[in-house]
Design a protein around this ligand. Sequence first.
Ligand SMILES: Cc1cc2nc3c(=O)[nH]c(=O)nc-3n(C[C@H](O)[C@H](O)[C@H](O)COP(=O)(O)OP(=O)(O)OC[C@H]3O[C@@H](n4cnc5c(N)ncnc54)[C@H](O)[C@@H]3O)c2cc1C
Length: 512
Amino acid sequence: MRDIQLVWFKRDLRIRDHAALTAAAARGPVLCLYVYEPVLLQADDHDAIHLDFVNGCLHELSTSLRARGILLHRRTGDIVPVFEALRAEIAMLATPSRLETIWAHEETTGWTAYQRDRDVRRWCRERGVAFHELPQTGVVRRLASRDGWASAWEARMAARPLPTPPQIEGITLTETGTAFDSTALPPTAAVRQSLQLGGESAARDTLRSFLRERGVNYRVEMSSPVTSFDACSRLSAYMSVGAISVRTCEHSARARLVQLADALDAGEFVDLRWRNSIGSFRSRLRWHCHFMQKLEDQPRLEFETMCDAYVGLRNEQQVDAARLDAWIHGQTGYPLIDACMRAVRATGWLPFRMRAMVVSFASYHLWLHWRFTAPLLAQHFLDFEAGIHYSQFQMQSGVTGINAVRIYNPVKQAVEQDPDGRFIRTWVPELAAVPLESLAEPHRMPVMLQAMYGIQIGRDYPNPIVDNVTAMRAARDQVWAVRKAPGTRQAARRVYDKLGSRKEPFHQRDIR
Ligand SMILES: Cc1cc2nc3c(=O)[nH]c(=O)nc-3n(C[C@H](O)[C@H](O)[C@H](O)COP(=O)(O)OP(=O)(O)OC[C@H]3O[C@@H](n4cnc5c(N)ncnc54)[C@H](O)[C@@H]3O)c2cc1C
């Protein structure tokens, strides 16, 4: 009887540093599988852009496996019936065989996948199939306390990335599925203009170009929408589907630092900005896991407000549809907000500061509950990663209890982050002729001036949806009323104990 090892590829679409593939190959004949799961494809934070990206990664993965004589089986359906069918097919093979073990990586994603994994575990128990889930990031399962998490992360990252197993004995079943077509999904509003392409080699090229060429001034250029598209690593989409591991990124960054130090020692010219930039990049790799750990420790974060004291601050039952629509379509009358929303719909990406700003605008200026805005924006982020996304949405909406309240002023940000108006003019072409001094607030141009530049605010471009200063003040007052209320501090303390970073002790946090 042959014991078949099934490698279930999920969000680990690579062959390098793949612990599950390595372990399975060492144990016996391997069946490689990817499953398109309707329950995940139909989730309200999923979009056809994600499926296209996954298909790009799967194309390369299946080519890499085929080069080693292994077929990547693709199936579509609910996971338990798919496993049940595969188990039966394996039992029918000419050589007597049985499905012995399913190998996968631990996954920290949304509630639906969390429930799905529980179903898989139950099915495996009932069928006597072993199910091994191996870590692939710095996220720790069943973490008893946040204290010591940072050293656990260091230990995970210290191990060298695994090479592709040199020998894999593959199993091929007769009937295999094909790529699931993204046009089979509900129509998407996204414009596929310049999205990143999926695949492990694209991920590695992106890492290499960041560490060797693009990233030299990352630390300074990461926030502006003008410079960040090139200066940031742009690795997030690849990490979200596991086309590259966090550990590979961390090790490559360390290797680059060593190489720079060696060059310095050898008396070669080294641009010293590299050192700070790579340092900032490495901190963010840690943040990646830190934020995902929050969802791992509290899976309901996807739909429950982090700090109880803020439940009811905004209306969770009903949304102001006109405001939501203006925001997501980039029609708020605030040029930098609108440019960002239109850019993200076309490119699938924004730098951190612009993400924080558009969410701050939705949550504070427009007073929309994050439960409505978060899934909608997730559809447009190619790098959608539930653990980071929902935690950040709650943070930028001021409901975590453990972070400073930060309300971004979209007018000030436009002046500071897009100083010559290039980004706004690119994405809001109706403002192309508006002079720089009026670009952040075109509605303030006198009518005569508007006529001179051939634009009429209110007709060609919207008037501001809300008054900037009044809306910020009203939001601040409402959030602070909760912050100062009795019981809020204790509620915040509970959040800190369970989910807070230990970089600063609770009493030093700006939470009053
Ligand atoms: C409201 C909001 C939602 C967000 N949603 C996501 C999301 O769905 N997926 C996602 O990967 N990031 C998300 N981020 C974090 C951050 O904006 C992106 O990781 C970053 O812009 C991705 O670009 P990059 O790969 O060039 O990042 P770089 O700046 O080059 O950073 C390298 C890596 O570090 C990690 N990282 C960087 N910044 C952060 C951060 N603040 N928190 C956690 N990890 C970070 C990412 O994995 C990133 O790929 C969100 C931020 C905000 C404010």
